[in-house]
Design a protein around this ligand. Structure first.
Ligand SMILES: C[S@@+](CC[C@H](N)C(=O)[O-])C[C@H]1O[C@@H](n2cnc3c(N)ncnc32)[C@H](O)[C@@H]1O
Length: 213
């Protein structure tokens, strides 16, 4: 279906479905899309922001530009150089929405891949205060596993509302979920290890409430 509709990846439909539900990207929005290659989300975001908006796609791999309202940056999101380029494109402003559909190179050993993937999300969380507007929103892909709770906990401390979502376009058997954050506080707490027992129990309970739609 992605091919038929001219989208570069089936991932495009996941963003479309999440935006229909959460209304994260609007006409005129500025969006930073991290882990953007080959560009399916970039295409959807470009359509949603329209000619007056801007979408900045970032990836280790080269991305063919999509449209006049999109910019592409080849680089590692963990490099200062890449951040400087993103901030250059934002020209003194901050984004209304940060998307992160990041996947590290997979080793096939789930624990290692899960840890690396969550670590990438944590790096994006570190950058939120400089990239994302107060009140802005975010969507992050996360691999299931023990570290997921630390990421959702950090998101909950940074956004007014956090939901864990699995859009229909995401294969049922895949171990990925999307964490949607709405109403950014402007700050992210430092990455903490552990947390109080009560806090962990709360996180365990709330992480099991995955809306499948
Ligand atoms: C699932 S793909 C993204 C698909 C994309 N959302 C789309 O709609 O076409 C994950 C991407 O994360 C990128 N990635 C992994 N680590 C990265 C890093 N440190 N910095 C930038 N991009 C990274 C990979 O190169 C890969 O292209």
């Amino acid at each position: 279906m992605a091919k038929e509709r001219g989208y570069r990846s089936r991932a495009a439909f996941k963003l479309q479905q999440m935006n229909n539900k959460y209304h994260l990207i609007h006409r005129g929005s500025k969006v930073v899309d991290v882990g953007a290659a080959p560009g399916g989300w970039l295409q959807i975001a470009s359509e949603l922001v329209g000619v007056v908006g801007l979408v900045i796609g970032v990836d280790l791999d080269p991305i063919k530009n999509v449209s006049k309202n999109t910019r592409v940056i080849q680089g590692d999101i963990t490099d200062q150089n890449t951040l400087d380029k993103i901030l250059g494109e934002l020209a003194g402003d901050r984004a209304d929405c940060v998307l992160a559909d990041l996947s590290p190179k997979l080793s096939g050993i789930w624990d290692i891949d899960h840890f690396k993937q969550i670590d990438l999300c944590m790096k994006v969380m570190d950058l939120m205060p400089v990239m994302l507007k107060r009140g802005g929103s975010s969507v992050m892909k996360a691999f299931h596993g023990d570290e997921l709770r630390n990421l959702t906990s950090r998101m909950r401390k940074s956004f007014d509302r956090v939901e864990i979502s699995k859009p229909n376009a995401s294969r049922k058997e895949s171990s990925e979920v999307y964490i949607v954050g709405i109403g950014f506080s402007g700050q992210t707490p430092r990455q903490s290890i552990g947390g109080s027992e009560a806090e962990q129990q709360f996180e365990e309970h709330s992480d099991s409430v995955v809306s499948d739609w």
